[in-house]
Design a protein around this ligand. Sequence first.
Ligand SMILES: [Zn+2]
Length: 480
Amino acid sequence: MKKQTKLIIGLALSVISLCFSILLLTDAIPTSPKQPKYIFYFIGDGMSFNHILGAEQYNAVKEGKSEVERLCFSKFETRNFVTNYSASNPVTDSAAAGTALATGVKTANAYIGVDAEGNELRNLGDVASEEKYMIGLVTNVGINHATPSCFYGHSSDRFGFPKLVDDYIASDVAFISGSTIMDLKSGPEDAKYQRVTTAELAERIRKAGINLTLDVEEASNAVGQRVALVANDKENKHVPYVIDRKGGELTLLDSSRAAIKYLSNNAKDGFFLMIEGGKLDYAAHEQDAVTTFLEVNELAAAVELALEFAEQHPDETLIVVTADHETGGMALGWDHYEIRMEKFMAQKASAIEMTKIIQKMRAEGKRDWNDYKQALSDNFGLWSLVPVSKEDETILKHDFYDIFLKYGPMVDGLYNKSEFLVYDAIRMLNKSASIDWTSLYHTGMYTPIFAKGVGEKAFLECRDQTDIPKTIAKLMGGKL
Ligand SMILES: [Zn+2]
């Protein structure tokens, strides 16, 4: 063999053995990434175990399936459950729970982003900024409602909405979306803020240079500017429930899709996106099971968007789904081991929409019980699908006569007030389906965590809801 050929073979062998060594060395280094580049943090407001299970059972009956199919996030392998009591109450409200989920610190009910003594707390938004994650917040209630505002705001009054708008303006939140900007009509009267309307708050946001828009496309495609996408910038009005949609309204899915597109276009180093199913809680406050289930489905559909994103960005994405507290004390099955979701199949309107229908009939001067009976049958399936006993009909008739004797009292579900006629009808509907509720407010029940993606196993260590943001902060490479 020629000397030159020997040299070439020798050199080639050395290169091959070097490659092998590098490969072995690379193999020895753990390849699984430690830090997720894209973090989705879903919060189902008021969503606990039974709201999820109930939605799954409802879907199976509605779709005519013999087997119950789990929602996308309840199929995640990593799941856990946590306590959620606040610093002041065994039963938390959305402000204290939102603070816990955003800052890792327990606080008193009604406090946003401050501890029980009123000191301002660091939140996941702060950590995200420091660690170069772009921040997005999405909800289907107000952008300054309790849950989203815990990621940028500080107030010892959850209804201090104008102050929370100022905090949002001063924050690093790049993209925000929700139904509206809340003014004081939805909270207790406060002389200091009384005159500040939604339209004025919108103006304040625009003056700060933020692109506040009602256009989904514009929000999705914006580059190099902060964006606020809302359904209404004139008055404090929420988008309707899924069940009451007429078409054309801004939905949680529209907002989530817009957020993902915007963040994909603008975030160089990754993003942190919180998505809240806020109306779920409203529906559960009204003990309106079908409306609640459809809101759970809506949140699950938003999680599907995150899963699609994760498919495009494997090994870089983390999805966490949790809740702030349980609402309504929902029970699945009170009657002889049975749940009869089929009794819900004729419900076409939420309890709140039904209240509006009843009030419209009253305003039109309709005074015949049969008209009201027909409306309850058309929208809730009473008498047609759901049998109504003589005793129950007497109760409903009594409520009906009350309508003409006096305006109210109404059943106060915190966010909305229902006519007694509607409340009793919903109660009968629930009873027929063997569903029950113990509260018009929240309960102290455990809340679930479902996690999938980079770092998911870390959530198995969580014991209280305050551990969730601490875990996320750690995975981001920072600290709360
Ligand atoms: Zn809540």
